[in-house]
Design a protein around this ligand. Sequence first.
Ligand SMILES: Cc1ncc(COP(=O)(O)O)c(C=O)c1O
Length: 436
Amino acid sequence: MKNNHPGQDDQQAASAAENSATGFGRMRSKLAFDRLVAMGAKLGMENPLFLCHDKAAKATTQINGKEYINFSTYDYLDINGHPEITEEVTRAAVRYGTSAGASRLVGGERPPHRELERAFADLYGVEDCIAYVSGHAANVSTLGFLLGHRDAIFHDGLAHNSLIQGARLSGAARYSYLHNDCDSLENMLQAKRHEHKRALIVTEGLFSMDGNIPDLPRIIELKKRYDCMLLVDEAHSLGVLGPTGRGAHEFFGINPTDVDMWMSTLSKSMCGCGGFIAGRRELVEYLKYGSPGFVFSVGMPPVIAAACRKALEIMLREPQRVRRLQDISQFFVRYAAEKGLDTGAAQGYAVVPVMVGDSMLAGFLSNALFKRGIYVMPITFPAVKEGTDRLRFFISAAHTEEHVRTALDALAEELPKVCKAVEEHRRNCPDMESDG
Ligand SMILES: Cc1ncc(COP(=O)(O)O)c(C=O)c1O
């Protein structure tokens, strides 16, 4: 029967679509995000995500023609856009084009693939290396492929999403130990290791949320005692730790062959994209013939492989970049303390959070700083535990003390104002944040 109410059909159709399997607008996480954006908009807060930048993101950036001090780039060593990389990439593009054409297994390789993998194997003094097209995929595919139902993965409580996804995919039992707490790890190993065939301990070289460093020598000792493999994700420690940026093994002066898998992304200090696993030859060969993110995925574009290898060369040739990054990061932590700001567990190496403990506060602060020409992102649940919400600063070797002072002076000024505004808002609209 024809519906005589104009618009009712449309409404019914829309509601049916929303409730159907493809009604993504009704997904819980989408609703929660929409609610947050709507709430922010009502309070004059702009959505800080997906902003389009006019130029390469470096210590400063430009958005809609306006300059910002940029604390939201992984270009730790100020290498992105280096003329030698542009030259190398241009040469590689002319010779090999922009695509690897197919999975390297079937489509073959190009010299930049081999040179990149050799360079990273040499960096760690290990036998071989495998490069994936994405850092995330490197973790998902490696963990998902290497471990199985009878195995166990012991990972830090703040492990990156890619490590968790890989652990889930593997079907192995998953034990999350307290963040950066080796006693907690040891207790779990003592209680659970014997129940499983193989076991893998997973840690990061520098934790991406808190900016702190694990006790790698102790983890190595535990790995040996409990007969486990060990993977260290150096996404944020490569280029950052150690006098020449070689990462966690240089920082601690440990033998790199004590770690079974050195993983890193190529998207941070190496200014490209992709990820690698460096370790023993038989492990790399096993991954190259079986790991789905490598076998069933196109090879890394040769131009990116060439770019990342050149970035590594620049890092090793110019350790002053690493020194500058470390100096300015330490200054950041000291100056934040002077201003009474809480940098949590940060040790002053490239990643420094300023803890604010409330998601709305973090969002508003980020917005207030944006209006003052400072670009820094809020990190809230589910990326971190509720109550540990923060602004996360990524620091670059090109940041100056003036950049840091400008940002932290502004933050210290805005914090009480924003706290007051959030309190007022909560008093006036107590229902606004509750689940609708
Ligand atoms: C610790 C860690 N591992 C892996 C990844 C994934 O790397 P990519 O973004 O290069 O895919 C990230 C990304 O931020 C990370 O922080």
